[in-house]
Write a protein that binds this ligand. Sequence first.
Ligand code: ZN
Ligand code: ZN
Length: 361
Amino acid sequence: MAKSSENELPHKCFGWAAKDSSGILSPFHFSRRENGPNDVAIKILFCGVCHSDVHSVKNDWGFTTYPVVPGHEIVGIVTKTGENVKKFKVGDRVGVGVIVESCKECDICQQDLECYCSKLVFTYNSPYYDGTRTQGGFSDFVVVHERFVLQFPDNLPLDAGAPLLCAGITVYSPMIYYGMTEPGKLMGVAGLGGLGHVAVKFAKAFGLKVTVISNSPNKESDAIERLGADSFILSTDTATLKAAIRTMDYIIDTIPSDHSLNSLLSLLKPNGKLITVGLLNKPLELTTFPLVMGRKLIGGSTLGGLKETQDMLDFCGKHSIVADIELIKIDQINTAIERIVNSDVKYRFVVDVANSLSTTS
Ligand SMILES: [Zn+2]
Ligand SMILES: [Zn+2]
């Protein structure tokens, strides 16, 4: 099939990249692959700042290739569609999350679980099938295969909705898969950050009771008054912890740093489920007594497939769920990263890409 000459040219892009493990971002010119027949080109309007972006730019996980343009909570407007694209048209409001490609043929992909495909390609810092490297959403536009593009609900604001593409699906998917949605059950949300605060909103929308477990006493009023949680446990308060032993049906563990699983397990009723979604560098402490004696389950989960991610966005549209955000300009990104490291954000930074990027080129 002949391609137009326009399509054969790599697209010139502009974004902000980290150039080394200092993790400091600065302006960066690069190119993206051409818009192929199954691809959608998207003008990026907003992009959330995820804790994974911080780990990636600082090479905390040891596999960052520089320069890297982070950002995988991307929302924008379709500007071009390839000839085979069926789901989208120019002008659509769309989102792109953490992955932009998978093999599409393996058992896992056939089950719409692309996020568990062994050949998945991340939105940035990943080798693409054509030999180029992917770059993320702190940039003017992106080119993505239509399977990995999501329709954004009309009634949701794009800026506050952006974090749903990573934080949202990361907590929604385990709730569905592990059956943590039965109305009236009690779910603990451990850690009240970008992921945890969205988990509280999902849980309330499903009709659950919610207890937030956090080591920050100043999060109690937010948990209850701002986010609608039913109760709050300060994880350093042993008396309150003791009173909550065997009260919870499920716990979703979003704590991004070292912590013990034993005290969380003790909060579960028999047959309870503790699902962890954090990616920690160190092993966590776990003794088997509370696990075995209560027939409890510990599970893990990452993201969700594209079909489930669309289901999640539609659920958010129906229940008017978005993240609580601080909107920033691209030249505030380095300060934002330091504030994320210090847990000083309520509850997600989102970069106003379209309105702030061009002034820095
Ligand atoms: Zn993320
Ligand atoms: Zn696959």
